[in-house]
Design a protein around this ligand. Structure first.
Ligand SMILES: Cc1cc2nc3c(=O)[nH]c(=O)nc-3n(C[C@H](O)[C@H](O)[C@H](O)COP(=O)(O)OP(=O)(O)OC[C@H]3O[C@@H](n4cnc5c(N)ncnc54)[C@H](O)[C@@H]3O)c2cc1C
Length: 557
Protein backbone atom coordinates (compact mmCIF):
# COMPACT_ATOMS: atom_id res chain seq x y z
CA UNK A 1 0.00 0.00 0.00
CA UNK A 2 3.08 2.15 -0.44
CA UNK A 3 1.21 4.44 -2.85
CA UNK A 4 -1.11 5.82 -0.13
CA UNK A 5 0.74 8.31 2.06
CA UNK A 6 0.07 8.20 5.81
CA UNK A 7 1.18 10.14 8.84
CA UNK A 8 3.40 8.61 11.52
CA UNK A 9 1.41 6.20 13.70
CA UNK A 10 2.25 8.00 16.94
CA UNK A 11 1.75 11.66 16.06
CA UNK A 12 1.45 14.42 13.52
CA UNK A 13 2.98 14.49 10.06
CA UNK A 14 5.94 12.79 8.54
CA UNK A 15 8.66 10.82 10.29
CA UNK A 16 11.77 12.95 10.62
CA UNK A 17 9.94 16.31 10.83
CA UNK A 18 9.83 17.87 14.31
CA UNK A 19 9.24 21.12 16.11
CA UNK A 20 12.65 22.53 17.08
CA UNK A 21 13.17 25.06 19.83
CA UNK A 22 16.95 25.26 20.07
CA UNK A 23 17.01 27.94 17.36
CA UNK A 24 14.27 29.97 19.10
CA UNK A 25 16.01 31.58 22.08
CA UNK A 26 12.87 33.09 23.63
CA UNK A 27 10.81 29.88 23.53
CA UNK A 28 12.11 27.92 26.54
CA UNK A 29 11.92 30.98 28.86
CA UNK A 30 8.39 31.62 27.56
CA UNK A 31 7.29 28.04 28.37
CA UNK A 32 8.92 28.23 31.80
CA UNK A 33 7.06 31.44 32.54
CA UNK A 34 3.71 30.33 31.09
CA UNK A 35 3.56 26.70 32.22
CA UNK A 36 6.34 26.34 34.77
CA UNK A 37 7.82 23.61 32.59
CA UNK A 38 11.56 23.28 31.98
CA UNK A 39 12.03 22.19 28.39
CA UNK A 40 14.65 19.58 27.68
CA UNK A 41 16.10 18.65 24.30
CA UNK A 42 14.16 16.10 22.28
CA UNK A 43 14.96 12.61 23.54
CA UNK A 44 13.97 10.61 20.48
CA UNK A 45 13.14 11.11 16.82
CA UNK A 46 10.49 8.44 16.59
CA UNK A 47 8.68 5.84 18.69
CA UNK A 48 9.53 2.25 17.95
CA UNK A 49 6.35 0.49 16.84
CA UNK A 50 7.46 -2.76 18.48
CA UNK A 51 6.94 -1.08 21.88
CA UNK A 52 3.16 -1.33 21.51
CA UNK A 53 0.95 -4.33 21.38
CA UNK A 54 -1.90 -4.31 18.88
CA UNK A 55 -5.14 -6.25 19.45
CA UNK A 56 -5.37 -9.15 17.00
CA UNK A 57 -7.53 -8.67 13.92
CA UNK A 58 -10.96 -10.27 14.18
CA UNK A 59 -11.43 -10.36 10.40
CA UNK A 60 -11.99 -13.97 9.45
CA UNK A 61 -10.85 -15.63 6.23
CA UNK A 62 -14.31 -15.57 4.54
CA UNK A 63 -14.56 -11.79 5.03
CA UNK A 64 -11.03 -11.20 3.75
CA UNK A 65 -11.81 -13.29 0.68
CA UNK A 66 -15.01 -11.32 0.06
CA UNK A 67 -13.17 -7.99 0.40
CA UNK A 68 -10.32 -9.22 -1.80
CA UNK A 69 -12.88 -10.17 -4.43
CA UNK A 70 -14.01 -6.52 -4.46
CA UNK A 71 -10.75 -4.54 -4.35
CA UNK A 72 -8.09 -7.14 -5.11
CA UNK A 73 -6.08 -8.70 -2.27
CA UNK A 74 -3.30 -6.16 -2.80
CA UNK A 75 -5.66 -3.37 -1.71
CA UNK A 76 -6.44 -4.59 1.78
CA UNK A 77 -4.21 -5.06 4.75
CA UNK A 78 -4.07 -6.56 8.21
CA UNK A 79 -0.71 -4.93 8.92
CA UNK A 80 -0.61 -3.90 12.58
CA UNK A 81 1.04 -0.53 12.01
CA UNK A 82 -1.43 0.40 9.28
CA UNK A 83 -4.32 -0.70 11.48
CA UNK A 84 -2.98 1.65 14.17
CA UNK A 85 -2.53 4.50 11.67
CA UNK A 86 -6.24 4.04 10.90
CA UNK A 87 -7.52 3.50 14.42
CA UNK A 88 -7.99 7.16 15.37
CA UNK A 89 -7.35 10.78 14.50
CA UNK A 90 -5.03 13.28 16.17
CA UNK A 91 -6.99 14.66 19.10
CA UNK A 92 -5.08 14.89 22.37
CA UNK A 93 -7.11 12.02 23.83
CA UNK A 94 -6.22 9.81 20.87
CA UNK A 95 -2.55 10.83 20.95
CA UNK A 96 -2.35 9.98 24.65
CA UNK A 97 -4.03 6.60 24.10
CA UNK A 98 -1.85 5.82 21.08
CA UNK A 99 1.43 6.67 22.81
CA UNK A 100 0.33 4.55 25.78
CA UNK A 101 -0.60 1.64 23.46
CA UNK A 102 -4.08 1.78 24.96
CA UNK A 103 -6.06 0.83 21.86
CA UNK A 104 -9.11 -1.07 23.14
CA UNK A 105 -10.67 -1.65 19.71
CA UNK A 106 -8.98 -0.98 16.36
CA UNK A 107 -10.01 -1.64 12.75
CA UNK A 108 -9.66 -5.32 11.95
CA UNK A 109 -8.84 -4.68 8.32
CA UNK A 110 -8.01 -1.64 6.19
CA UNK A 111 -9.38 -1.63 2.68
CA UNK A 112 -8.42 0.77 -0.14
CA UNK A 113 -11.14 0.83 -2.83
CA UNK A 114 -10.14 2.29 -6.18
CA UNK A 115 -13.57 3.07 -7.62
CA UNK A 116 -17.02 4.17 -6.55
CA UNK A 117 -18.37 0.74 -7.50
CA UNK A 118 -15.89 -0.91 -5.13
CA UNK A 119 -17.00 1.44 -2.33
CA UNK A 120 -20.62 0.47 -3.03
CA UNK A 121 -19.79 -3.25 -2.89
CA UNK A 122 -17.96 -2.85 0.43
CA UNK A 123 -20.97 -1.03 1.90
CA UNK A 124 -23.38 -3.71 0.69
CA UNK A 125 -21.12 -6.36 2.21
CA UNK A 126 -21.11 -4.39 5.48
CA UNK A 127 -24.90 -4.51 5.69
CA UNK A 128 -25.09 -8.17 4.67
CA UNK A 129 -22.50 -9.28 7.26
CA UNK A 130 -23.19 -6.65 9.89
CA UNK A 131 -19.77 -5.01 9.77
CA UNK A 132 -18.81 -1.54 10.96
CA UNK A 133 -17.36 0.70 8.25
CA UNK A 134 -15.40 3.82 9.15
CA UNK A 135 -14.43 5.97 6.16
CA UNK A 136 -10.87 7.32 6.42
CA UNK A 137 -9.54 10.40 4.62
CA UNK A 138 -6.20 11.64 5.98
CA UNK A 139 -6.74 10.72 9.64
CA UNK A 140 -6.40 14.31 10.89
CA UNK A 141 -9.69 14.34 12.82
CA UNK A 142 -9.30 16.30 16.04
CA UNK A 143 -12.78 15.52 17.36
CA UNK A 144 -12.45 11.73 17.66
CA UNK A 145 -14.63 11.09 14.63
CA UNK A 146 -12.61 8.04 13.57
CA UNK A 147 -12.13 6.26 16.90
CA UNK A 148 -14.25 3.08 17.16
CA UNK A 149 -16.42 2.29 20.15
CA UNK A 150 -14.10 0.39 22.57
CA UNK A 151 -16.92 -2.12 23.15
CA UNK A 152 -17.65 -2.77 19.48
CA UNK A 153 -18.13 -6.53 19.00
CA UNK A 154 -18.55 -6.48 15.24
CA UNK A 155 -15.73 -6.60 12.71
CA UNK A 156 -14.48 -3.09 11.91
CA UNK A 157 -13.41 -2.11 8.40
CA UNK A 158 -11.47 1.10 7.87
CA UNK A 159 -12.31 2.27 4.37
CA UNK A 160 -9.39 4.40 3.18
CA UNK A 161 -10.22 6.62 0.20
CA UNK A 162 -6.55 7.32 -0.56
CA UNK A 163 -6.50 5.67 -3.99
CA UNK A 164 -9.34 7.90 -5.19
CA UNK A 165 -7.21 10.98 -5.60
CA UNK A 166 -7.74 12.52 -9.01
CA UNK A 167 -9.01 15.85 -10.27
CA UNK A 168 -11.39 14.38 -12.84
CA UNK A 169 -12.46 17.48 -14.75
CA UNK A 170 -12.37 21.24 -14.74
CA UNK A 171 -15.22 23.41 -16.03
CA UNK A 172 -13.26 26.62 -16.54
CA UNK A 173 -16.34 28.54 -17.66
CA UNK A 174 -18.14 27.86 -14.38
CA UNK A 175 -15.10 27.74 -12.08
CA UNK A 176 -16.04 24.22 -10.99
CA UNK A 177 -13.84 21.14 -10.67
CA UNK A 178 -14.92 17.54 -10.16
CA UNK A 179 -12.52 15.83 -7.78
CA UNK A 180 -12.31 12.42 -6.08
CA UNK A 181 -12.81 12.48 -2.32
CA UNK A 182 -9.60 10.79 -1.19
CA UNK A 183 -7.17 13.34 -2.58
CA UNK A 184 -4.82 14.93 -0.05
CA UNK A 185 -4.65 18.74 0.00
CA UNK A 186 -1.17 19.16 -1.55
CA UNK A 187 -1.81 16.54 -4.24
CA UNK A 188 -5.07 18.23 -5.22
CA UNK A 189 -3.52 21.71 -5.31
CA UNK A 190 -0.66 20.39 -7.46
CA UNK A 191 -3.14 19.00 -9.99
CA UNK A 192 -5.19 22.21 -10.01
CA UNK A 193 -2.18 24.56 -9.97
CA UNK A 194 -0.75 22.79 -13.03
CA UNK A 195 -3.77 24.21 -14.89
CA UNK A 196 -3.60 27.62 -13.23
CA UNK A 197 -6.37 27.02 -10.67
CA UNK A 198 -6.72 26.62 -6.90
CA UNK A 199 -9.40 25.53 -4.44
CA UNK A 200 -8.12 28.10 -1.92
CA UNK A 201 -9.01 25.84 1.03
CA UNK A 202 -6.09 25.66 3.46
CA UNK A 203 -6.91 24.28 6.91
CA UNK A 204 -3.93 24.07 9.31
CA UNK A 205 -4.10 20.31 8.66
CA UNK A 206 -3.95 20.86 4.87
CA UNK A 207 -0.82 18.78 4.27
CA UNK A 208 -2.40 15.55 5.58
CA UNK A 209 -6.17 15.91 5.16
CA UNK A 210 -8.43 15.14 2.20
CA UNK A 211 -11.18 16.83 0.25
CA UNK A 212 -13.71 14.17 1.32
CA UNK A 213 -12.64 14.53 4.96
CA UNK A 214 -13.06 18.31 4.77
CA UNK A 215 -16.62 17.90 3.48
CA UNK A 216 -17.44 15.15 6.00
CA UNK A 217 -16.39 17.40 8.90
CA UNK A 218 -17.56 20.85 7.69
CA UNK A 219 -14.04 22.13 7.54
CA UNK A 220 -12.88 25.70 7.21
CA UNK A 221 -9.55 26.85 5.81
CA UNK A 222 -7.51 29.86 6.87
CA UNK A 223 -8.51 31.67 3.64
CA UNK A 224 -12.24 31.22 4.13
CA UNK A 225 -12.87 34.97 4.08
CA UNK A 226 -12.25 34.91 0.33
CA UNK A 227 -12.83 31.28 -0.72
CA UNK A 228 -15.57 30.29 1.76
CA UNK A 229 -15.90 27.39 4.16
CA UNK A 230 -16.05 23.92 2.64
CA UNK A 231 -19.85 24.14 2.89
CA UNK A 232 -19.71 27.11 0.49
CA UNK A 233 -17.08 25.55 -1.76
CA UNK A 234 -18.85 22.20 -2.34
CA UNK A 235 -21.57 22.62 -4.95
CA UNK A 236 -22.33 19.00 -5.73
CA UNK A 237 -21.33 15.55 -4.51
CA UNK A 238 -21.82 11.82 -4.81
CA UNK A 239 -22.48 9.84 -1.65
CA UNK A 240 -22.46 6.06 -1.87
CA UNK A 241 -24.92 4.21 0.34
CA UNK A 242 -25.66 0.48 0.48
CA UNK A 243 -28.91 0.95 -1.46
CA UNK A 244 -27.56 3.32 -4.13
CA UNK A 245 -25.76 6.58 -4.65
CA UNK A 246 -27.07 10.04 -3.76
CA UNK A 247 -26.11 12.23 -6.71
CA UNK A 248 -26.24 15.97 -6.20
CA UNK A 249 -25.31 17.70 -9.41
CA UNK A 250 -23.06 20.77 -9.46
CA UNK A 251 -25.39 23.75 -9.21
CA UNK A 252 -24.67 27.34 -8.26
CA UNK A 253 -27.78 27.30 -6.06
CA UNK A 254 -31.09 25.47 -5.83
CA UNK A 255 -34.36 25.56 -3.93
CA UNK A 256 -34.94 21.80 -3.87
CA UNK A 257 -36.32 21.52 -0.36
CA UNK A 258 -34.19 20.85 2.72
CA UNK A 259 -30.65 20.78 1.42
CA UNK A 260 -29.31 17.24 0.93
CA UNK A 261 -25.96 18.80 0.12
CA UNK A 262 -25.88 20.52 3.53
CA UNK A 263 -27.03 17.28 5.16
CA UNK A 264 -24.06 15.37 3.75
CA UNK A 265 -21.57 18.09 4.68
CA UNK A 266 -20.59 17.35 8.26
CA UNK A 267 -22.10 13.83 8.24
CA UNK A 268 -18.78 12.25 9.41
CA UNK A 269 -19.35 8.98 7.58
CA UNK A 270 -22.76 8.32 9.14
CA UNK A 271 -24.84 8.75 5.98
CA UNK A 272 -22.54 7.01 3.51
CA UNK A 273 -19.21 7.52 1.77
CA UNK A 274 -18.51 10.67 -0.22
CA UNK A 275 -16.67 9.56 -3.33
CA UNK A 276 -16.66 12.63 -5.55
CA UNK A 277 -17.22 16.36 -5.15
CA UNK A 278 -17.91 19.33 -7.42
CA UNK A 279 -16.18 22.33 -5.98
CA UNK A 280 -15.61 26.02 -6.64
CA UNK A 281 -12.14 26.67 -8.01
CA UNK A 282 -10.42 29.99 -8.70
CA UNK A 283 -7.65 31.22 -10.96
CA UNK A 284 -4.41 31.48 -8.98
CA UNK A 285 -4.09 35.08 -7.89
CA UNK A 286 -1.63 37.20 -9.81
CA UNK A 287 -0.23 38.74 -6.66
CA UNK A 288 -0.43 37.85 -2.96
CA UNK A 289 0.69 39.78 0.09
CA UNK A 290 0.27 39.29 3.81
CA UNK A 291 0.60 42.51 5.82
CA UNK A 292 1.13 42.54 9.60
CA UNK A 293 -0.28 45.17 11.96
CA UNK A 294 0.16 45.74 15.69
CA UNK A 295 -2.81 46.95 17.74
CA UNK A 296 -2.53 48.52 21.20
CA UNK A 297 -5.36 46.34 22.58
CA UNK A 298 -7.56 43.32 21.77
CA UNK A 299 -10.72 45.46 21.89
CA UNK A 300 -9.40 47.87 19.27
CA UNK A 301 -8.21 44.99 17.12
CA UNK A 302 -11.65 43.35 17.17
CA UNK A 303 -13.35 46.60 16.17
CA UNK A 304 -10.96 46.90 13.24
CA UNK A 305 -11.54 43.27 12.16
CA UNK A 306 -15.30 43.83 12.20
CA UNK A 307 -14.95 47.04 10.20
CA UNK A 308 -12.80 45.23 7.62
CA UNK A 309 -15.39 42.43 7.33
CA UNK A 310 -18.15 45.00 6.88
CA UNK A 311 -16.25 47.30 4.54
CA UNK A 312 -16.64 45.18 1.42
CA UNK A 313 -12.85 45.28 0.94
CA UNK A 314 -11.92 41.85 -0.37
CA UNK A 315 -9.37 40.21 1.91
CA UNK A 316 -8.25 36.58 1.71
CA UNK A 317 -7.94 36.38 5.47
CA UNK A 318 -7.94 38.78 8.39
CA UNK A 319 -6.69 37.35 11.63
CA UNK A 320 -5.70 38.86 14.95
CA UNK A 321 -3.97 37.24 17.93
CA UNK A 322 -4.84 38.35 21.44
CA UNK A 323 -2.07 39.61 23.74
CA UNK A 324 -1.18 36.13 25.03
CA UNK A 325 -0.94 34.64 21.55
CA UNK A 326 1.06 37.64 20.36
CA UNK A 327 3.57 37.02 23.16
CA UNK A 328 3.68 33.33 22.23
CA UNK A 329 4.30 33.98 18.53
CA UNK A 330 7.09 36.44 19.35
CA UNK A 331 8.67 33.72 21.49
CA UNK A 332 8.83 31.35 18.50
CA UNK A 333 10.90 33.74 16.38
CA UNK A 334 14.21 32.33 15.27
CA UNK A 335 17.47 33.95 16.37
CA UNK A 336 18.71 36.17 13.51
CA UNK A 337 21.36 34.16 11.68
CA UNK A 338 22.49 36.55 8.94
CA UNK A 339 23.56 40.18 9.00
CA UNK A 340 20.44 41.17 7.08
CA UNK A 341 18.25 39.41 9.65
CA UNK A 342 20.18 41.05 12.50
CA UNK A 343 19.44 44.46 10.97
CA UNK A 344 15.73 43.50 10.73
CA UNK A 345 15.77 42.38 14.37
CA UNK A 346 17.32 45.76 15.27
CA UNK A 347 14.47 47.37 13.35
CA UNK A 348 12.03 45.44 15.55
CA UNK A 349 13.72 46.76 18.69
CA UNK A 350 13.26 50.28 17.33
CA UNK A 351 9.59 49.48 16.69
CA UNK A 352 9.17 48.23 20.25
CA UNK A 353 10.70 51.43 21.54
CA UNK A 354 8.29 53.44 19.40
CA UNK A 355 5.32 51.57 20.87
CA UNK A 356 6.54 52.15 24.41
CA UNK A 357 6.99 55.84 23.66
CA UNK A 358 3.42 55.97 22.37
CA UNK A 359 2.42 54.77 25.81
CA UNK A 360 1.37 51.27 24.74
CA UNK A 361 1.32 48.51 27.29
CA UNK A 362 3.50 46.00 25.40
CA UNK A 363 1.84 43.15 27.31
CA UNK A 364 -1.50 44.11 25.79
CA UNK A 365 -0.54 44.48 22.14
CA UNK A 366 -2.06 42.24 19.52
CA UNK A 367 -0.55 41.23 16.19
CA UNK A 368 -2.82 40.93 13.15
CA UNK A 369 -2.30 39.65 9.64
CA UNK A 370 -4.38 40.51 6.60
CA UNK A 371 -3.89 38.77 3.27
CA UNK A 372 -4.63 40.43 -0.06
CA UNK A 373 -4.79 38.71 -3.44
CA UNK A 374 -5.39 40.03 -6.94
CA UNK A 375 -3.86 42.29 -9.53
CA UNK A 376 -1.07 44.39 -8.00
CA UNK A 377 -2.77 47.82 -8.33
CA UNK A 378 -5.95 46.38 -6.83
CA UNK A 379 -3.99 44.87 -3.90
CA UNK A 380 -2.32 48.27 -3.32
CA UNK A 381 -5.70 49.99 -3.27
CA UNK A 382 -7.12 47.50 -0.74
CA UNK A 383 -4.01 47.65 1.45
CA UNK A 384 -4.47 51.41 1.67
CA UNK A 385 -8.15 51.07 2.56
CA UNK A 386 -7.37 48.53 5.31
CA UNK A 387 -4.53 50.72 6.62
CA UNK A 388 -7.11 53.51 7.00
CA UNK A 389 -9.38 51.25 9.08
CA UNK A 390 -6.66 49.84 11.35
CA UNK A 391 -5.06 53.24 11.96
CA UNK A 392 -8.40 54.55 13.22
CA UNK A 393 -8.02 51.90 15.95
CA UNK A 394 -4.50 53.06 16.76
CA UNK A 395 -2.64 50.23 14.97
CA UNK A 396 0.83 50.41 13.49
CA UNK A 397 1.42 48.87 10.07
CA UNK A 398 4.37 46.46 10.44
CA UNK A 399 4.45 45.63 6.75
CA UNK A 400 5.03 42.59 4.58
CA UNK A 401 8.14 41.14 6.33
CA UNK A 402 6.43 39.62 9.41
CA UNK A 403 3.42 38.79 7.22
CA UNK A 404 5.56 36.67 4.88
CA UNK A 405 7.09 34.91 7.89
CA UNK A 406 3.62 34.02 9.19
CA UNK A 407 2.66 32.69 5.75
CA UNK A 408 5.73 30.40 5.62
CA UNK A 409 5.22 28.95 9.10
CA UNK A 410 1.49 28.34 8.84
CA UNK A 411 1.59 24.51 8.51
CA UNK A 412 4.31 23.95 11.15
CA UNK A 413 2.35 24.42 14.37
CA UNK A 414 0.69 20.94 14.45
CA UNK A 415 4.15 19.46 15.19
CA UNK A 416 4.27 21.47 18.43
CA UNK A 417 1.71 19.26 20.17
CA UNK A 418 3.88 16.13 19.79
CA UNK A 419 6.93 18.01 21.00
CA UNK A 420 5.04 19.19 24.09
CA UNK A 421 3.67 15.70 24.80
CA UNK A 422 7.24 14.46 24.93
CA UNK A 423 7.83 17.18 27.55
CA UNK A 424 4.89 15.73 29.53
CA UNK A 425 2.87 18.79 28.58
CA UNK A 426 -0.45 19.20 26.85
CA UNK A 427 -0.84 21.80 24.13
CA UNK A 428 -4.27 21.71 22.56
CA UNK A 429 -6.91 23.78 20.81
CA UNK A 430 -10.65 24.46 20.99
CA UNK A 431 -12.42 26.76 18.60
CA UNK A 432 -15.83 28.31 18.21
CA UNK A 433 -17.81 31.01 16.41
CA UNK A 434 -20.04 33.69 17.81
CA UNK A 435 -21.82 36.88 16.70
CA UNK A 436 -19.68 40.05 16.73
CA UNK A 437 -21.70 41.38 19.66
CA UNK A 438 -20.67 38.39 21.81
CA UNK A 439 -17.02 37.90 20.83
CA UNK A 440 -15.47 39.78 23.74
CA UNK A 441 -17.79 38.10 26.24
CA UNK A 442 -16.98 34.66 24.82
CA UNK A 443 -13.26 35.44 24.90
CA UNK A 444 -13.39 36.52 28.55
CA UNK A 445 -15.69 33.64 29.56
CA UNK A 446 -13.32 31.07 28.07
CA UNK A 447 -10.29 32.60 29.79
CA UNK A 448 -12.16 32.61 33.12
CA UNK A 449 -13.39 29.03 32.71
CA UNK A 450 -9.95 27.74 31.70
CA UNK A 451 -8.24 29.44 34.62
CA UNK A 452 -10.83 28.10 37.06
CA UNK A 453 -10.26 24.61 35.65
CA UNK A 454 -6.45 24.95 35.81
CA UNK A 455 -6.75 26.11 39.40
CA UNK A 456 -9.09 23.29 40.35
CA UNK A 457 -6.49 20.86 39.00
CA UNK A 458 -3.68 22.67 40.84
CA UNK A 459 -1.99 23.61 37.57
CA UNK A 460 -0.13 26.53 36.07
CA UNK A 461 -2.02 26.72 32.81
CA UNK A 462 -1.81 28.94 29.77
CA UNK A 463 -4.48 30.03 27.33
CA UNK A 464 -4.30 32.22 24.25
CA UNK A 465 -6.55 32.99 21.33
CA UNK A 466 -6.93 34.47 17.90
CA UNK A 467 -9.85 35.65 15.82
CA UNK A 468 -10.08 34.51 12.20
CA UNK A 469 -12.72 33.49 9.63
CA UNK A 470 -14.92 36.62 9.53
CA UNK A 471 -18.54 36.59 8.44
CA UNK A 472 -21.24 39.20 8.14
CA UNK A 473 -22.57 38.33 11.61
CA UNK A 474 -19.49 37.27 13.55
CA UNK A 475 -16.24 35.34 13.54
CA UNK A 476 -14.33 32.34 14.82
CA UNK A 477 -12.36 32.46 18.05
CA UNK A 478 -9.59 29.86 18.25
CA UNK A 479 -8.12 29.04 21.66
CA UNK A 480 -4.87 27.22 22.40
CA UNK A 481 -4.24 26.01 25.93
CA UNK A 482 -1.45 24.21 27.72
CA UNK A 483 -0.44 22.72 31.05
CA UNK A 484 1.88 20.11 32.50
CA UNK A 485 0.41 16.60 32.65
CA UNK A 486 -0.27 15.24 36.14
CA UNK A 487 -1.19 11.83 37.46
CA UNK A 488 -4.41 11.26 35.54
CA UNK A 489 -3.96 12.77 32.05
CA UNK A 490 -7.41 11.80 30.72
CA UNK A 491 -9.39 13.02 33.73
CA UNK A 492 -7.51 16.34 33.87
CA UNK A 493 -7.92 16.88 30.16
CA UNK A 494 -11.66 16.14 30.36
CA UNK A 495 -12.13 18.77 33.10
CA UNK A 496 -10.19 21.48 31.27
CA UNK A 497 -11.52 20.82 27.78
CA UNK A 498 -15.12 20.52 29.10
CA UNK A 499 -14.81 23.81 30.95
CA UNK A 500 -13.82 25.54 27.71
CA UNK A 501 -16.55 23.85 25.67
CA UNK A 502 -19.22 24.69 28.26
CA UNK A 503 -18.05 28.30 28.34
CA UNK A 504 -18.60 28.48 24.55
CA UNK A 505 -22.18 27.33 24.88
CA UNK A 506 -23.00 29.41 27.97
CA UNK A 507 -21.67 32.57 26.33
CA UNK A 508 -23.74 32.06 23.17
CA UNK A 509 -21.11 30.49 20.89
CA UNK A 510 -21.12 27.15 19.06
CA UNK A 511 -19.43 23.91 20.15
CA UNK A 512 -17.06 24.09 17.18
CA UNK A 513 -16.58 26.35 14.18
CA UNK A 514 -14.61 23.86 12.06
CA UNK A 515 -13.41 20.78 13.97
CA UNK A 516 -16.71 18.92 13.69
CA UNK A 517 -18.44 16.90 16.39
CA UNK A 518 -17.18 13.30 16.50
CA UNK A 519 -17.21 11.82 20.00
CA UNK A 520 -15.33 14.75 21.49
CA UNK A 521 -18.04 17.40 21.10
CA UNK A 522 -21.19 15.28 20.98
CA UNK A 523 -21.99 15.85 24.70
CA UNK A 524 -22.74 19.51 23.78
CA UNK A 525 -25.00 18.77 20.81
CA UNK A 526 -28.29 19.12 22.68
CA UNK A 527 -27.22 22.48 24.06
CA UNK A 528 -26.02 23.57 20.64
CA UNK A 529 -28.93 22.52 18.42
CA UNK A 530 -31.65 21.77 21.04
CA UNK A 531 -32.89 18.35 22.27
CA UNK A 532 -35.48 18.27 19.48
CA UNK A 533 -32.74 18.96 16.94
CA UNK A 534 -30.72 16.03 18.29
CA UNK A 535 -33.82 13.83 18.18
CA UNK A 536 -34.27 14.71 14.53
CA UNK A 537 -30.65 13.79 13.79
CA UNK A 538 -31.03 10.50 15.67
CA UNK A 539 -34.11 9.67 13.59
CA UNK A 540 -32.22 10.52 10.41
CA UNK A 541 -29.26 8.28 11.28
CA UNK A 542 -31.54 5.46 12.43
CA UNK A 543 -33.53 5.56 9.18
CA UNK A 544 -30.48 5.96 6.97
CA UNK A 545 -28.47 3.26 8.72
CA UNK A 546 -30.85 0.93 10.63
CA UNK A 547 -28.06 -1.55 11.44
CA UNK A 548 -25.75 1.14 12.81
CA UNK A 549 -23.03 0.00 10.41
CA UNK A 550 -21.59 3.34 9.37
CA UNK A 551 -19.31 5.08 11.83
CA UNK A 552 -21.82 4.53 14.66
CA UNK A 553 -21.87 6.76 17.71
CA UNK A 554 -20.41 9.87 16.11
CA UNK A 555 -22.12 13.32 16.22
CA UNK A 556 -25.00 12.05 18.39
CA UNK A 557 -24.35 9.01 20.53
C1 LIG B 1 -3.30 19.93 14.17
C2 LIG B 1 -4.63 19.99 13.50
C3 LIG B 1 -5.03 21.15 12.87
C4 LIG B 1 -6.30 21.21 12.28
N1 LIG B 1 -6.68 22.35 11.63
C5 LIG B 1 -7.88 22.42 11.02
C6 LIG B 1 -8.30 23.59 10.33
O1 LIG B 1 -7.58 24.59 10.25
N2 LIG B 1 -9.52 23.58 9.76
C7 LIG B 1 -10.32 22.50 9.80
O2 LIG B 1 -11.40 22.55 9.24
N3 LIG B 1 -9.97 21.40 10.47
C8 LIG B 1 -8.78 21.32 11.06
N4 LIG B 1 -8.41 20.18 11.73
C9 LIG B 1 -9.33 19.05 11.80
C10 LIG B 1 -9.23 18.05 10.62
O3 LIG B 1 -8.07 18.28 9.88
C11 LIG B 1 -10.45 18.20 9.76
O4 LIG B 1 -11.55 17.72 10.46
C12 LIG B 1 -10.35 17.52 8.38
O5 LIG B 1 -11.41 17.99 7.62
C13 LIG B 1 -10.38 16.02 8.43
O6 LIG B 1 -10.04 15.54 7.15
P1 LIG B 1 -9.38 14.10 6.95
O7 LIG B 1 -9.26 13.86 5.50
O8 LIG B 1 -8.15 14.00 7.73
O9 LIG B 1 -10.52 13.19 7.54
P2 LIG B 1 -10.42 12.01 8.62
O10 LIG B 1 -9.79 12.53 9.84
O11 LIG B 1 -9.81 10.82 8.00
O12 LIG B 1 -11.96 11.74 8.88
C14 LIG B 1 -12.74 12.66 9.56
C15 LIG B 1 -14.21 12.21 9.56
O13 LIG B 1 -14.73 12.26 8.24
C16 LIG B 1 -15.13 10.96 7.81
N5 LIG B 1 -14.73 10.86 6.41
C17 LIG B 1 -13.50 11.07 5.88
N6 LIG B 1 -13.55 10.93 4.55
C18 LIG B 1 -14.83 10.64 4.23
C19 LIG B 1 -15.51 10.37 3.01
N7 LIG B 1 -14.90 10.40 1.83
N8 LIG B 1 -16.84 10.10 3.06
C20 LIG B 1 -17.50 10.08 4.24
N9 LIG B 1 -16.90 10.32 5.43
C21 LIG B 1 -15.59 10.59 5.41
C22 LIG B 1 -14.43 9.99 8.73
O14 LIG B 1 -15.14 8.78 8.85
C23 LIG B 1 -14.41 10.78 10.01
O15 LIG B 1 -15.67 10.67 10.62
C24 LIG B 1 -7.15 20.09 12.33
C25 LIG B 1 -6.73 18.92 12.95
C26 LIG B 1 -5.48 18.87 13.55
C27 LIG B 1 -5.04 17.61 14.22
Amino acid sequence: MAHVKHMKWWGWGEEGVHFEYANKPAFAPFVKNALDVDLRPRQRDTIDFSTVSVPASRAGEPLLEALAAITGAEHLTLDDELRIVHWAGKSVTELLLTRAGDFARVPDVVVYPGTEEEVAQVLRLAVERDLVVIPFGGGTSISRSLQPDPHEERTIVSLDLGRMNQVLSLDETSGLATIQAGVLGPDMEEQLNARGWTLGHFPDSFTHSTLGGWAATRSSGMQSDKYGDIADIVRGLRVVRPGGTVVLRPLPSTSTGPSLREMMIGSEGRLGVITQLDVHVHRIAEHREVIAYMFPTWQQALVAMREIARSGISTTFARVSDAHETAFSLSTQKAPATLKKKVTAKGQDVLWELMRRRGWDTDAMCIAYVCFEGAKPEVERRKKAVAGIVKKQGALVLGAGPGALYDQKKFDTPYLRDFLLEQNTIGDVSETAAPWSKLTTVHQAVYDAAHRAFEAQGKTGWIMSHMSHSYHAGACLYFTFGYEIGEDPHAEYAVIKSAIQQAFIDAGATLSHHHGVGLEHSPWMEQDVSPEGVQLLRSLFAAADPGGNFNPGKIVG
